[in-house]
Write a protein that binds this ligand. Structure first.
Ligand code: IMP
Ligand code: MG
Length: 179
């Protein structure tokens, strides 16, 4: 199949995303109410839009850091091997940590990242994922908070790409290939 021609069908509107982000931030703020500082760790690059909206809704003292793992490349298939391309700048030992991910798909990325971060002995380690595709799971892992559960579709927008494109769409759409 020629993967160069596709259209994007809207799946989740910008308005729905904004409402959900606000609700998630409220839950997270309440849950971490006693923290002296929450370290919010964004997984690059897919979470950059989500994390920027989420942190602005958090009613907590927050520090932002980033981690980059190897990704799908330009393919639509998940590689099971996860490598760290860029590590955190700060220490997380004894800290409250929230990992922010765009999509939990097979679960391999999150599994790897959580094991690595857990070995640094944070006080708490939780995850907020914008999207979850439970039907694709290969590792038994889940986020503490999830924005939306979606079916097994390839999605783009709101930070999420297909071959590095469409990250700038304000909504989440599914990719549909055409002749
Ligand atoms: P996992 O390791 O299979 O859970 O893959 C998670 C990562 O794969 C996500 O952080 C995304 O970067 C990428 N990914 C999974 N599903 C999609 C999708 O539908 N569109 C774009 N990227 C995706
Ligand atoms: Mg990702």
């Amino acid at each position: 199949m020629d993967h160069s021609n596709y259209v994007i069908d809207q799946m989740i509107s910008a308005k729905s995303i904004a409402a959900r982000v606000e609700a998630l931030a409220e839950e997270i703020s309440a849950n971490f109410a006693d923290t002296n500082k929450l370290i919010v760790v964004g997984l690059l690059r897919g979470s950059f839009v989500f994390i920027s909206d989420l942190v602005r809704e958090l009613d907590l003292p927050v520090e932002v850091d980033f981690l980059e793992t190897s990704s799908y490349g330009d393919s639509m298939h998940s590689s099971r091997e996860v490598r760290i391309l860029k590590d955190l700048r700060g220490e997380i030992e004894g800290r409250d940590v929230l990992v922010v991910e765009d999509i939990v798909d097979t679960g391999h990325t999150l599994n790897h990242v959580l094991h690595m971060l857990q070995s640094r002995e944070p006080k708490r380690l939780e995850v907020c994922a914008l999207l979850d595709k439970p039907s694709r799971r290969e590792v038994d892992i889940s986020a503490t908070w999830t924005g939306f559960e979606i079916p097994d579709e390839f999605v783009v927008g709101y930070g999420i790409d297909y071959a590095q494109r469409n990250r700038n769409l304000p909504y989440i759409g599914k990719v549909r290939f055409i002749e």
